[in-house]
Ligand binder design. Structure first.
Ligand SMILES: [Zn+2]
Length: 234
């Protein structure tokens, strides 16, 4: 029912307002079916991570934590296109950005075999209080569509953030690691444990948050963990 109402509302909205590119937010030519304009799409700094197993994202974790596979969809640069787009997703509630990027990633995973053997998708969680304040977790928006696309269940509420952490943006890697260490726990759900988890986040800068999540899951006995983020800083 809600779905039908949403569709009806959206139909009217599309008539009244022209479609905007979800990246630059500029008006797209009528009849455009894609959510990103040609200019943005051709400027997306895609990585080669799905083609190269020993890629930059994978190297990120060497000597720190064991991961099976790792990939980012795009490169991240300060003030760049990707940062702007992820910012709109994170703070302005534009879920379609997350859904479309999730779908884009799913297509590449299926094509490359990246998601083979995975049996659970998990988004890096936010602290419950913070999520309530913002209304959604942007990583979960991405993970939801991604999970659907690769046909693997999305597990919510088992990886939990138990500590609120101060903002990470102005900290170095070690400082971030110290700040976020022990912030996550894995809650067991009976005897059922996933065997190979795909951990999803919007952006990896130092990788400290991902490392803390991986440590919590490995500590709980999950044998295989892979990582995917939309963007990765070099
Ligand atoms: Zn655009």
């Amino acid at each position: 029912m809600l779905d039908q109402i949403w569709k009806a509302v959206k139909g009217w909205y599309d008539l009244l307002y022209p479609q905007l590119c979800l990246c630059c937010l500029e008006e797209q030519k009528a009849g455009k079916q894609t959510v990103f304009c040609v200019k943005c799409h051709s400027a997306f700094p895609f990585t080669n991570h799905f083609q190269v197993e020993d890629n930059g994202m994978m190297q990120h974790f060497y000597g720190r934590v064991k991961v099976e596979r790792a990939a980012a969809l795009m490169h991240f640069s300060e003030g760049g296109l990707v940062q702007q787009m992820l910012h709109t997703l994170k703070y302005k509630g534009m879920y379609q950005i997350g859904s479309n990027l999730g779908q884009m990633a799913a297509d590449r995973m299926l094509e490359s075999g990246f998601s083979k053997g995975m049996d659970a998708v998990i988004a890096v969680p936010m602290h419950a209080a913070k999520q309530q304040q913002r209304g959604y977790n942007q990583s979960e928006v991405i993970a939801e569509k991604l999970a659907e696309g690769i046909n693997v269940p999305l597990i919510k509420d088992q990886l939990v953030k138990i500590k609120t952490t101060t903002t990470q943006t102005k900290k170095g890697r070690l400082e971030r690691l110290e700040n976020i260490k022990d912030s996550f726990i894995w809650k067991k759900n009976g005897d059922q444990q996933p065997n190979h988890v795909l951990l999803v986040d919007d952006v990896a800068t130092t990788g400290a948050t991902l490392e803390a999540c991986i440590a919590a899951m490995q500590g709980a006995g999950i044998p295989k963990i892979s990582v995917f983020t939309i963007a990765m800083a070099e």
